[in-house]
Design a protein around this ligand. Structure first.
Ligand code: NI
Length: 168
């Protein structure tokens, strides 16, 4: 396993629509191991493969009150409701932003350890937010894209210049 550098907003790999994984082989398991290690080291509660420079549809999430989940080729199947959230991202260090996300989220994907399709239902919790956030990443979307205006992004700590983060 390896802790890999996390790509930051402005890096083109974060803006690509990541490729579907065709075969879950040892290289995918190694990728996921590296993603877990990188995420826990950061520390964060979710990570998508493009954030370590790999343009593949793979995500990992570990939030309280849920088992850790790794998903290959994840998709949102259903979403409903709206709620306001204060969100952050390891690729946008130094900022938090107020955005709107869904209340209920159903996602599906392949469990890389069993090879079987799994569905994850989440409602009004961090898992629902993380599923939308990480699946956005594999579609080249960052949460800052949803900001209603410049005041919605709040610097925390040592924040880099805002303009660079908004390039796409
Ligand atoms: Ni993120």
């Amino acid at each position: 396993m390896a802790i890999l550098p996390i790509r930051r907003a402005g890096d083109p790999v974060l803006r690509e629509k990541a490729k579907r994984v065709r075969t879950i082989d040892s290289s995918i398991h190694k990728l996921i191991d590296d993603m877990w290690e990188t995420m826990y080291d950061a520390p964060g509660v979710g990570l998508a493969a493009p954030q370590i420079g790999i343009s593949l549809r793979v995500i990992v999430i570990d939030v309280p009150e849920h088992e850790p989940v790794a998903l290959v080729n994840p998709e949102i199947v259903k979403r409903s409701g709206e709620r306001d959230l204060d969100e952050g991202c390891l690729s946008v260090p130094g900022y938090r932003g107020h955005i709107t996300r869904s209340v209920k989220v159903v996602a599906k994907g392949i469990d890389p350890y069993t090879g079987k399709e799994v569905r994850i239902k989440a409602q009004d919790d961090l898992m629902a937010e993380a599923l939308e956030h990480e699946i956005d990443h594999v579609n080249g979307i960052l949460y800052i894209d949803y900001l209603p205006g410049p005041d919605a992004l709040v610097p925390v700590g040592d924040a880099p210049e805002l303009k660079r983060l908004q390039e796409r």
